[in-house]
Write a protein that binds this ligand. Structure first.
Ligand SMILES: [Zn+2]
Length: 299
């Protein structure tokens, strides 16, 4: 169903405030090293040629770029504008994105044909959603996200035993910088997560945000018991782990030395309680009873 000779439209997301017929300047002509941190988008990608102007046939990709626009004076990110542009000559595919020659293009120059969107501000998660169809692991045609928005393991992750199931435990639209090649989640105590909002990341973990498959209750003598399978954990940590579920514990456990696991579980329970207070009410009662009897102080 090729629509023959239909004019291709090109979009550029970047510096705000250009007018119709303004020239889009390359990083070189602006005296800059980078306009964008492309390494966030495609880790390990080839360095880009700053003498060229980059644009795309996909409006959502340009919107993502506008959201990553860095003001080189203030260092602030976001607020870029999106333009429809006219390249100075027939554009070439951008070698940075070898598997999408039809989407990412470049040319020596381009001019603004039309202003499409002003002041684009998106969270990292919104950027991922916007560009999901074109995000691939570096050097390969393997997509980073499945149709539902779950991160898929890269070759490197797979070689280190990371499975899709582990990554699913972290929730949908996980920005790629939130996990390392070992599949370890960055939003753990003591790990650097850059400018991604931790609260936002915890809010997307299904085991915390959605109904637990194994919600616990307390028996009349205040012992935890699973209302679904009848499991009776012997301490608070096993109880928390049971309610959170095996998948998340397995994924999280990879990133924590065993001695830090209790602190991590408590942190997860805190976030779970914030999202679904009723489901974690047992933990409050359990703690209260154990604190007052002080027979078995909780870690
Ligand atoms: Zn259970």
């Amino acid at each position: 169903m090729a629509t023959h000779r239909r004019r291709e439209r090109y979009f550029h997301g970047g510096v705000p405030g250009l007018r119709t017929r303004s020239e889009i300047l390359s990083a070189d002509s602006l005296g800059l090293r980078y306009n964008y941190d492309r390494r966030t988008l495609v880790p390990g990608s080839v360095p880009y040629d700053p003498s060229l102007v980059y644009f795309t046939t996909d409006l959502s990709v340009a919107i993502g770029f506008a959201a990553r626009y860095v003001n080189h004076v203030t260092g602030a990110t976001g607020g870029g504008w999106v333009y429809e542009v006219t390249p100075s000559r027939q554009p070439h595919p951008d070698p940075d994105f070898p598997f999408h020659p039809d989407v990412y293009r470049m040319a020596p120059r381009a001019t603004v044909r039309k202003i499409v969107k002003r002041n684009v501000i998106l969270t990292r998660v919104e950027q991922v959603q916007m560009e999901k169809h074109h995000l691939v692991w570096a050097g390969r045609d393997d997509r980073m996200y499945d149709e539902e928005g779950y991160l898929l393991p890269s070759d490197e992750m797979a070689a280190r035993g990371v499975t899709g199931r582990m990554l699913r435990a972290y929730g949908r639209w996980l920005p790629v910088e939130m996990v390392d090649a070992a599949g370890i989640y960055s939003a753990l105590p003591g790990r650097d997560v850059g400018d991604v909002l931790i609260e936002d990341m915890y809010a997307r973990i299904p085991a915390l945000a959605e109904r637990s498959l194994h919600p616990l209750l307390l028996t009349s003598d205040l012992a935890p018991i699973c209302s679904s399978c009848g499991y009776q954990p012997s301490d608070a940590m096993s109880a928390i782990a049971h309610q959170i579920g095996e998948d998340l514990c397995l994924a999280i456990g990879r990133g924590c030395p065993p001695e830090t696991l209790p602190a991590v579980l408590r942190q997860l329970a805190r976030h779970g309680k914030a999202a679904r207070p009723d489901e974690w009410e047992w933990l409050r009662l359990y703690k209260t009873s154990h604190d007052s009897s002080s027979a078995q102080p909780m870690a």
